[in-house]
Design a protein around this ligand. Structure first.
Ligand SMILES: Cc1cc2nc3c(=O)[nH]c(=O)nc-3n(C[C@H](O)[C@H](O)[C@H](O)COP(=O)(O)O)c2cc1C
Length: 294
């Protein structure tokens, strides 16, 4: 995927492929009747459904994934639909072996290895992740953001300081990230403390991205209540024009956050459900590694 496509709002409004208004080149079904209000079974919601001896076997009643529009003209039975789905469909997922004994000494090395592997395996949008924060009262919230980098300084992402997440992070500078890469049945969780990088780093990071990213940042007011769609269209149009005219303009509220990991957990799904969970915890002189029951 191109960098442009990866940027949220990186395309011109309503015209995929253009850079902006100015056109600047810049699971198995479980037994049991579909019951009203009956939740999808634990099995169906969380695990693969192939027995150890039946890799890839589809079980009776599995209908495969549905495309958008398959429910045209009929009300969706959510629970029925949930029971028809599975995780780690062999058509999509390969579950590679993972030997935790051979894992590198630091989580950054393993993250980099796994990231390269999922990119090579064709994972779409592997650089998007859930970011969990909590408000002053401790109430959690979560949303998707893009990973901008991972190095000795931490895992980085960018957003507006005045957004909900920005306010959370200034009140409680702790966060958790979660990556899910279904092509290899892998999950990575990162927890730690968050700091804001120097403003010059944030502006440099923004200017290295697309016109759309700059326009979105310039539009600003993230997480405020919006009066109407028209109001956004007007503000966005002005932001696109400014971004095209002044590509080096700075956006003071745009903040590059760095999460310094205290814990990083790597989860490798296993067909026989002997999933491997390897947790790194920061210690005085490096990292400790331990296995967790799945
Ligand atoms: C694929 C994807 C990528 C996103 N990337 C970012 C991002 O990098 N930064 C950002 O501020 N919001 C990003 N968003 C929007 C956030 O999910 C969220 O709507 C927004 O940041 C407001 O969140 P808040 O109200 O909790 O602050 C992304 C959304 C999606 C679906």
């Amino acid at each position: 995927m191109s960098r442009e496509a990866a940027e949220l709002g990186g395309r011109g409004a309503g015209s995929p492929g253009r850079r902006g208004p100015g056109g600047r080149g810049s699971e198995r079904r479980e037994s049991g009747a579909p019951g009203a209000g009956r939740p999808a079974s634990r099995e169906a919601e969380a695990q693969g459904h192939r027995g150890p001896g039946t890799p890839g076997a589809r079980e009776p009643g599995h209908r495969g994934a549905r495309g958008p529009g398959d429910n045209r003209g009929m009300a969706t039975d959510l629970h029925e639909l949930l029971r028809s789905l599975r995780v780690w469909d062999p058509e999509v997922t390969r579950l590679p072996p993972f030997d935790p004994e051979a894992a590198p000494a630091t989580p950054l090395e393993l993250f980099t290895e796994w990231f390269a592997a999922v990119v090579a395996a064709g994972q779409s949008e592997p650089h998007t992740m859930s970011l969990a924060t909590s408000d002053e009262a401790g109430l959690p919230d979560v949303r998707i953001v893009m990973l901008h980098g991972a190095d000795e300084a931490g895992w980085s992402f960018a957003s507006h300081a005045g957004s909900r997440k920005g306010r959370h992070l200034s009140a409680r500078p702790y966060a958790a990230l979660c990556f899910y890469w279904p092509v290899l049945g892998r999950q990575v969780r990162v927890r730690g403390t968050v700091t804001a990088a120097p403003s010059a780093d944030a502006q440099g990071d923004l200017h290295a991205r697309s016109t759309g990213a700059l326009a979105a940042a310039l539009t600003g007011r993230q997480s405020e209540v919006l009066g109407s769609v028209a109001e956004l269209a007007q503000a966005s149009q002005a932001a696109w024009e400014r971004a095209a005219r002044e590509p080096e303009t700075s956006v003071p509220s745009w903040t590059l956050y760095r999460l310094r990991a205290e814990e990083v957990e790597f989860f490798q799904g296993d067909e026989a459900r002997r999933h491997v969970r390897l947790r790194y915890r920061r210690a005085e002189d490096g990292w400790t590694r331990e296995l967790l029951w799945p």
